[in-house]
Design a protein around this ligand. Structure first.
Ligand code: GDP
Ligand code: MN
Length: 337
């Protein structure tokens, strides 16, 4: 559905000058960015934009993760644009690198085929490490263990509107688990056997499938085949208890054992999306129309009544991705009819 965030979640402008009245109620949440040292310029841009449009009012802590130690430059420059608390963490080796039980000859052959087929990041091992980490490990990092909610932020993303409401509290109060701003098709060549794995898992574990799930968004034939629709995971606001729970933990472990993160190039976006859509009610997935968001090359710009003006959005609603030919919003909408 496209429900608007109710007024009670908005904080009046005057509150931003009064830090002690600001945070009467807070979620157990963090803003999260995975980045390399070389991403520092773009990391600073994203942080600055989200601080300006949202977090200067709310003061949620930031966590930055990297499989290499962050440089002093990265830490200094990023801290300089953050008002509140910030922590820099190291990803444990065993959460990042290609496991020994992966057959490297087979993985290499898979990469070479994708390079020949011109698949984006087809030849990259580090991109595969990142996708696997974001699928099954980030929420187990010691720095994230204390938190329930995270908002995933990537380098060089844009926030086009004021976000004067607390999306975490909105989600908590409305029993939402996963929120998105953009939905689109995955490249089939990156996940040729993923859906077979999903079907195998579902046959083995029918008890994890929610009654009122969002299968109709992901499949046009009742679950036999995948239509490639997924939530674009470079933006995510979600409850980590879902990823930490039994259904998703078993699902990730099952998929990981198939080796598809390395033999193919399974993305965290389809993996998260499929789980969110199957293991819980569709009502628990939320589309945040109010959050104007851009990750190259796509923008979501609020079209909802009043949202664009209220948010002082700088984006052009006519160029919103929502009903672009490559968007999956139509598949999202049809399950609400
Ligand atoms: P794209 O959005 O799919 O084109 O992929 P990105 O290059 O934006 O990577 C997705 C996220 O993972 C971003 O937050 C990157 O900063 C991060 N990332 C990608 N590769 C690496 C890596 O090798 N190391 C680290 N530390 N972060 C990475
Ligand atoms: Mn990106």
């Amino acid at each position: 559905s496209h429900d608007q965030v109710p007024d009670e979640y908005y904080v009046p402008d005057s509150a931003s000058a009064l830090p002690d009245t600001l945070l009467s109620r807070r979620a157990n949440a963090t803003l999260l960015m995975l980045a390399r040292n070389a991403d520092v310029d773009n990391a600073v841009r994203s942080v600055r934009r989200l601080e300006d449009r949202f977090n200067k009012k709310f003061g949620y802590p930031w966590v930055f993760l990297n499989e290499e130690p962050f440089s002093d430059e990265f830490k200094t420059r990023v801290s300089n644009v953050i008002n509140g608390e910030v922590t820099f963490g190291l990803v444990p080796r065993e959460h990042w690198y290609q496991p020994d039980w992966i057959d490297e000859d087979r993985a290499k052959a898979g990469r070479e085929k994708m390079v020949a087929d011109n698949i984006i990041y087809g030849g990259s091992v580090s991109y595969r490490n990142m996708c696997r980490f974001n699928s099954g490990f980030f929420y187990r990092h010691p720095l994230l263990e204390q938190y329930k909610w995270y908002w995933r932020v990537e380098p060089d993303v844009h926030f086009h509107c004021d976000i004067d409401f607390d999306p975490f509290l909105f989600m908590e109060d409305h029993n939402k688990t996963y929120a998105f701003t953009i939905t689109m098709y995955e490249f089939r060549a990156t996940i040729p056997t993923l859906w077979d794995g999903v079907k195998e898992f579902v046959r083995a574990h029918p008890e994890y499938i929610a009654r009122d799930n969002a299968m109709g968004y992901m499949s046009d034939d009742g679950g036999n085949s995948y239509n490639l629709c997924h939530f674009w995971s470079n933006f995510e606001i979600a409850n980590m208890e879902f990823w930490r729970g039994e259904a998703y933990s078993k699902f990730f472990e099952f998929l990981d054992r198939k080796g598809g993160f390395y033999y193919e190039r399974w993305g965290d976006a389809p993996v998260h999306s499929i789980a969110a859509a199957l293991f819980q009610s569709k009502e628990q997935i939320h589309f945040f129309d109010e959050i104007g968001y851009e990750h190259n090359p796509y923008t979501h710009c609020p079209k909802g009544e009043g949202a664009w003006a209220r948010g002082r959005c700088g984006c052009d609603p006519k160029r919103s991705f929502d009903y672009d030919g490559y968007s999956c919003m139509r598949q999202w909408d049809r399950i609400w009819d």
